[in-house]
Design a binder for this molecule. Structure first.
Ligand code: IMP
Ligand code: MG
Length: 182
Protein backbone atom coordinates (compact mmCIF):
# COMPACT_ATOMS: atom_id res chain seq x y z
CA UNK A 1 0.00 0.00 0.00
CA UNK A 2 1.25 3.49 -0.80
CA UNK A 3 2.27 5.54 2.21
CA UNK A 4 2.21 9.28 1.51
CA UNK A 5 4.74 9.98 4.26
CA UNK A 6 7.31 7.91 2.32
CA UNK A 7 7.33 10.62 -0.36
CA UNK A 8 8.68 13.09 2.20
CA UNK A 9 12.47 13.50 2.28
CA UNK A 10 12.65 15.28 5.60
CA UNK A 11 10.27 16.72 8.16
CA UNK A 12 10.75 20.43 8.62
CA UNK A 13 8.13 21.09 11.30
CA UNK A 14 6.52 18.45 13.46
CA UNK A 15 2.85 18.47 14.44
CA UNK A 16 3.87 19.36 18.01
CA UNK A 17 5.97 22.34 16.91
CA UNK A 18 3.10 23.52 14.72
CA UNK A 19 0.55 23.12 17.52
CA UNK A 20 2.71 25.11 19.91
CA UNK A 21 3.15 27.91 17.36
CA UNK A 22 -0.57 28.02 16.56
CA UNK A 23 -1.31 28.43 20.27
CA UNK A 24 1.17 31.32 20.44
CA UNK A 25 -0.30 33.00 17.37
CA UNK A 26 -3.81 32.58 18.73
CA UNK A 27 -2.83 34.13 22.04
CA UNK A 28 -1.07 37.05 20.38
CA UNK A 29 -3.91 37.76 17.95
CA UNK A 30 -6.47 37.49 20.76
CA UNK A 31 -4.50 39.98 22.85
CA UNK A 32 -4.21 42.39 19.91
CA UNK A 33 -7.97 42.24 19.23
CA UNK A 34 -9.00 42.32 22.88
CA UNK A 35 -12.54 43.69 23.22
CA UNK A 36 -13.18 43.45 19.46
CA UNK A 37 -14.65 40.97 17.01
CA UNK A 38 -12.81 39.50 14.05
CA UNK A 39 -13.83 38.17 10.67
CA UNK A 40 -11.42 35.36 9.88
CA UNK A 41 -10.96 35.05 6.12
CA UNK A 42 -9.48 31.66 5.32
CA UNK A 43 -7.67 31.35 2.01
CA UNK A 44 -8.60 28.02 0.48
CA UNK A 45 -7.53 25.47 0.05
CA UNK A 46 -4.10 25.41 1.68
CA UNK A 47 -5.00 27.32 4.84
CA UNK A 48 -7.97 25.18 5.87
CA UNK A 49 -6.05 23.05 8.39
CA UNK A 50 -4.15 25.98 9.89
CA UNK A 51 -7.30 28.07 10.05
CA UNK A 52 -9.28 25.32 11.79
CA UNK A 53 -6.62 25.09 14.49
CA UNK A 54 -6.07 28.85 14.71
CA UNK A 55 -9.73 29.75 15.33
CA UNK A 56 -9.77 27.29 18.23
CA UNK A 57 -6.83 29.16 19.72
CA UNK A 58 -8.66 32.51 19.53
CA UNK A 59 -10.52 33.81 22.54
CA UNK A 60 -12.06 36.86 20.82
CA UNK A 61 -15.42 36.40 19.04
CA UNK A 62 -14.77 35.37 15.44
CA UNK A 63 -16.79 34.53 12.36
CA UNK A 64 -15.24 32.52 9.54
CA UNK A 65 -15.40 33.20 5.81
CA UNK A 66 -13.68 31.46 2.93
CA UNK A 67 -12.16 32.72 -0.25
CA UNK A 68 -9.85 31.23 -2.79
CA UNK A 69 -7.25 32.31 -5.24
CA UNK A 70 -5.01 30.41 -7.55
CA UNK A 71 -1.79 31.18 -9.33
CA UNK A 72 -0.14 27.79 -9.46
CA UNK A 73 -2.12 25.31 -11.49
CA UNK A 74 -0.09 22.13 -11.19
CA UNK A 75 3.32 23.76 -11.08
CA UNK A 76 5.42 24.34 -7.96
CA UNK A 77 6.31 27.90 -8.97
CA UNK A 78 3.80 30.75 -9.08
CA UNK A 79 2.67 31.77 -12.55
CA UNK A 80 2.39 35.34 -11.32
CA UNK A 81 -1.17 35.50 -12.60
CA UNK A 82 -3.36 35.44 -9.49
CA UNK A 83 -7.00 34.66 -10.06
CA UNK A 84 -9.75 35.05 -7.49
CA UNK A 85 -11.66 31.78 -7.66
CA UNK A 86 -14.24 32.49 -5.00
CA UNK A 87 -15.13 35.34 -2.71
CA UNK A 88 -17.35 35.72 0.37
CA UNK A 89 -20.44 37.90 0.54
CA UNK A 90 -20.38 39.25 4.07
CA UNK A 91 -19.94 43.03 4.35
CA UNK A 92 -16.56 43.80 5.92
CA UNK A 93 -16.97 47.58 5.96
CA UNK A 94 -15.69 48.90 9.33
CA UNK A 95 -14.95 45.33 10.51
CA UNK A 96 -11.70 43.71 11.59
CA UNK A 97 -10.55 41.21 9.02
CA UNK A 98 -7.83 38.63 9.57
CA UNK A 99 -6.65 37.05 6.34
CA UNK A 100 -5.34 33.55 7.06
CA UNK A 101 -2.90 31.98 4.61
CA UNK A 102 -0.81 28.82 4.76
CA UNK A 103 2.36 30.22 3.22
CA UNK A 104 3.68 33.45 1.82
CA UNK A 105 5.97 32.77 -1.08
CA UNK A 106 6.18 35.36 -3.87
CA UNK A 107 3.56 37.33 -1.94
CA UNK A 108 1.49 37.78 -5.10
CA UNK A 109 -1.58 35.93 -3.81
CA UNK A 110 -1.85 37.85 -0.55
CA UNK A 111 -1.06 41.11 -2.30
CA UNK A 112 -3.94 40.56 -4.68
CA UNK A 113 -6.35 39.49 -1.93
CA UNK A 114 -5.32 42.40 0.24
CA UNK A 115 -5.99 44.87 -2.57
CA UNK A 116 -9.37 43.32 -3.22
CA UNK A 117 -10.44 43.49 0.44
CA UNK A 118 -8.97 46.92 1.17
CA UNK A 119 -11.36 48.47 -1.34
CA UNK A 120 -14.23 47.37 0.92
CA UNK A 121 -12.87 49.59 3.69
CA UNK A 122 -12.52 47.24 6.64
CA UNK A 123 -11.67 48.84 9.98
CA UNK A 124 -8.49 46.78 9.97
CA UNK A 125 -6.99 44.18 7.68
CA UNK A 126 -4.28 41.94 9.09
CA UNK A 127 -2.50 38.99 7.57
CA UNK A 128 -1.41 35.84 9.35
CA UNK A 129 0.70 33.31 7.46
CA UNK A 130 1.82 30.08 9.09
CA UNK A 131 4.92 29.95 6.90
CA UNK A 132 7.03 32.58 5.21
CA UNK A 133 9.67 32.15 2.50
CA UNK A 134 11.06 35.69 2.38
CA UNK A 135 13.78 34.80 -0.15
CA UNK A 136 11.12 34.30 -2.80
CA UNK A 137 9.25 37.57 -2.38
CA UNK A 138 8.36 39.42 -5.58
CA UNK A 139 6.24 42.19 -4.04
CA UNK A 140 6.84 44.43 -1.04
CA UNK A 141 4.50 42.77 1.43
CA UNK A 142 4.88 41.45 4.95
CA UNK A 143 2.46 39.48 7.06
CA UNK A 144 1.44 40.94 10.41
CA UNK A 145 1.82 37.55 12.07
CA UNK A 146 4.12 34.76 10.92
CA UNK A 147 4.46 31.28 12.35
CA UNK A 148 7.76 30.13 10.90
CA UNK A 149 10.26 31.56 8.46
CA UNK A 150 11.49 28.70 6.27
CA UNK A 151 14.16 28.27 3.57
CA UNK A 152 13.32 28.21 -0.11
CA UNK A 153 12.12 24.62 -0.30
CA UNK A 154 8.78 23.31 -1.49
CA UNK A 155 6.90 21.94 1.49
CA UNK A 156 3.77 19.85 1.92
CA UNK A 157 1.51 18.74 4.74
CA UNK A 158 -0.75 20.45 7.28
CA UNK A 159 -2.91 21.72 4.39
CA UNK A 160 -0.12 22.42 1.92
CA UNK A 161 -0.22 20.42 -1.27
CA UNK A 162 1.73 19.32 -4.27
CA UNK A 163 -0.63 18.68 -7.22
CA UNK A 164 -3.53 18.55 -4.72
CA UNK A 165 -1.98 15.79 -2.64
CA UNK A 166 -0.30 15.57 0.78
CA UNK A 167 -2.60 18.12 2.48
CA UNK A 168 -3.60 15.47 5.00
CA UNK A 169 -0.10 14.89 6.40
CA UNK A 170 0.01 16.17 10.00
CA UNK A 171 3.67 17.32 9.85
CA UNK A 172 5.20 19.75 7.35
CA UNK A 173 7.95 18.26 5.21
CA UNK A 174 10.00 18.57 2.05
CA UNK A 175 9.09 16.21 -0.78
CA UNK A 176 11.63 13.87 -2.35
CA UNK A 177 12.91 15.38 -5.61
CA UNK A 178 11.80 12.34 -7.64
CA UNK A 179 8.18 13.22 -6.88
CA UNK A 180 8.47 16.39 -8.97
CA UNK A 181 10.28 14.73 -11.82
CA UNK A 182 8.24 11.51 -11.90
P1 IMP B 1 2.51 33.26 -3.46
O1 IMP B 1 1.38 33.94 -4.19
O2 IMP B 1 3.68 32.98 -4.37
O3 IMP B 1 2.92 33.95 -2.20
O4 IMP B 1 2.03 31.81 -3.13
C1 IMP B 1 1.12 31.56 -2.17
C2 IMP B 1 0.49 30.22 -2.43
O5 IMP B 1 1.35 29.34 -3.13
C3 IMP B 1 0.21 29.53 -1.13
O6 IMP B 1 -1.09 29.82 -0.71
C4 IMP B 1 0.37 28.08 -1.45
O7 IMP B 1 -0.85 27.57 -1.90
C5 IMP B 1 1.33 28.05 -2.59
N1 IMP B 1 2.69 27.68 -2.16
C6 IMP B 1 3.77 28.47 -2.09
N2 IMP B 1 4.84 27.81 -1.65
C7 IMP B 1 4.42 26.56 -1.40
C8 IMP B 1 5.07 25.37 -0.88
O8 IMP B 1 6.26 25.33 -0.55
N3 IMP B 1 4.28 24.28 -0.79
C9 IMP B 1 2.97 24.26 -1.14
N4 IMP B 1 2.32 25.34 -1.61
C10 IMP B 1 3.05 26.47 -1.73
MG1 MG C 1 -2.75 28.36 -1.03
Amino acid sequence: MRNLADDVEKILLTRDEIAEKVRELGAQISADFEGEEVIVACVLRGAFVFCADLVRALTVPATIEFLSASSYGKASVSSGNVQIKSDFEVDIHDKNVLLVEDIMDSGLTLNRLKEMLQVRQPRSLKIVALLDKPERRRVDLQADYIGFTIPDEFVVGYGLDYASQYRQLPDIGVLKPEIYTA
